[in-house]
Design a protein around this ligand. Structure first.
Ligand SMILES: C[S@@+](CC[C@H](N)C(=O)[O-])C[C@H]1O[C@@H](n2cnc3c(N)ncnc32)[C@H](O)[C@@H]1O
Length: 244
């Protein structure tokens, strides 16, 4: 049976990985309007299970924040998940929410950054990350780190979006809002937001990280018409199996 990483008593491990500032320090103005739409994370959790078909074991949510995706994933899969994020306070909030839901025995937190993951090679059975790569200082180094820590054959699902089961009408509303924001007061930051969340950018990062095989799914921040993922963009890859 696979060994799940030792979990500390207080559920919060502070690792010595160097913390760094993100490349984009805050979301564009108006992003809170999007919060009025149905919650996207549980749809993403369903897509993760569908496309990654992960083995039970050591699962990581990278750039987990308050556990917005982590908690629905635990609920859907009943496998413990370790959150990794440089933001301690956000993860403490996530741990509190999990405790209220009586999920505290399945949610754990490690302070760290994508560019220096505090895990050994070949150790992680599933790594997911939603809405975070766009904030990493060095997405290419982050992807290399993800590949390093994955167990041979294990999947990673990294990107941003709402999930294929997200109601079509809500996805279209989300896209409408973003198109509108591209003309608004904070247009430059919205342009950057949209440009980073596009298939071409994901493909470029994956190629620069020299991932041996990967799939870019979805059409980006202002499209809702990929039936696999609905709105958003995702990078799916598996670590190659060891050659015998
Ligand atoms: C928009 S939030 C996404 C939160 C959550 N995953 C979600 O789906 O709603 C982006 C998160 O990425 C984290 N982050 C920023 N730079 C990072 C890095 N270099 N490595 C890992 N996480 C990072 C931030 O602290 C923040 O919690």
């Amino acid at each position: 049976m696979r060994f799940l990483f030792s979990i500390c008593v207080f559920n919060l491990m502070v690792c010595l990985a160097p913390l760094s500032w993100s490349q984009e320090t805050s979301a564009p103005e108006g992003i809170s309007r999007e919060a009025a739409l149905p919650n996207r994370h549980r749809f993403v959790a369903q897509d993760i299970l569908k496309y990654c078909k992960p083995e039970k074991g050591f699962w990581v949510d990278l750039g987990a924040g308050r556990g917005q995706l982590t908690i629905p994933l635990i609920e859907a899969a009943e496998n413990p998940v370790v959150m990794v994020d440089p933001d301690v306070e956000a993860m403490v909030q996530g741990l509190r929410i999990a405790r209220e839901k009586e999920l505290e025995d399945r949610l754990f937190a490690v302070v760290g950054v994508a560019e220096s993951l505090p895990f050994p090679d070949d150790s992680v059975d599933l790594l997911v990350s939603r809405g975070s790569i766009f904030f990493w200082d060095d997405p290419v180094k982050g992807l290399q780190e993800v590949y390093r820590v994955l167990r041979p054959g294990a999947p990673a699902y990294i990107g941003g979006g709402a999930g294929s089961g997200f109601p079509q009408e809500a996805a279209e509303e989300l896209v409408r809002m973003r198109v509108e924001q591209l003309e608004g007061a904070d247009a430059a930051r919205w342009r950057r937001f949209v440009d980073l969340r596009c298939p071409k950018q994901m493909d470029q990062w994956a190629a620069q990280a020299e991932l041996p095989r990967y799939t870019v799914m979805g059409k980006g921040a202002i499209s809702a018409d990929d039936p696999r993922v609905g709105q958003g963009v995702w990078l799916l890859f598996h670590k190659q199996q060891n050659k015998k």
